[in-house]
Design a protein around this ligand. Sequence first.
Ligand code: MRU
Length: 347
Amino acid sequence: MNEIRPIEWANGTLRLLDQTRLPAEEVNIELHGYLEAVNAIKTMQVRGAPAIGVTAAYAVAMAARDIDTTDKPTFMRKLTEAGGIIKAARPTAVNLMWAVDRMIAIADTEPDTPSIKSRLLSEAIAMEKEDEVINRRMGVNGKDLIPDGGSVLTHCNAGALATAAFGTAVGVIRANWEDGKRFNVFNTETRPFLQGARLTAWEFKKLGIPSTLVVDSAAGMLMKRGEIGCVITGADRIAANGDTANKIGTYGLAVLAKENGIPFYVAAPISTVDISLSNGDQIEIEERSSNEITEFRGVPIAPDGVEAFNPGFDVTPAKYLSAIITEAGIIRPPFNKNLNSAVNSDV
Ligand code: MRU
């Protein structure tokens, strides 16, 4: 199968599959410096927590490459400044901050600036490869979650496009499918940015997995009719107690799932767990432009000047999660204890 790889390093440039142009066009953009990478994250040409993390790692490597001093303290000061700008691109997905912190910590261990530059590039390449390995491991860990003849609903896009390759929630669905089981797949359109309609439906088509696209608000009636066997989503940040930030609408799906006795799973790498936050109230939620809901592709769909509120994410309290699928295994409640041991274990 032709794997979807949205992020590639080639000949000193970072190539991204422009996710704002999908599904109509498959266009790659080439980024030559770290500020271009910051812009691609802000404009969501690349999006999804792990993909943002890998892009940020390449951004740090590009920033280092372009720093013009051999004095290590000056170099580190400039690199840390660039790291701050990269981290500020989007607030919710912790993989962004995690990747920048990991890169800067590694830079500090190198003796001189030429070795920092080459080490950071190899580290970014390693993080890209590592992300695919982690996602495939998550797929293996979650491959018994969807029964043959069952059904699954996913929200937003937590597929290959949201990662270096393979995906998290979509990766688990794919692993179940490749295991030979057959089941119905539903994916929400994911208003207002339409990651589900534009990106997840596109991925399922490429994978040859039949899927049915539904409006976000159809989830409740489908669940009530017994058509959804389980829900699997990704995550942007998971607090120490298991409270999970993910695309706006996830919380509603989780409450509906509980009400209808349906298991609700989150698939995410351990790098998405932010053990420094005791609960989800402390997670910063990105607020996006109101134009995303008052317009569609530049055409007004609401009265001129109407007040609109557009949070990009919500937080699902841990009590609604049946389990969190990670590369370290399936983590079940009590999340406080079990997430903590997974974060501290060497996978
Ligand atoms: O705003 P986005 O498209 O970056 O939001 C993405 C999500 O909410 C995903 O579910 C999450 O990042 C997990 S991706 C594997």
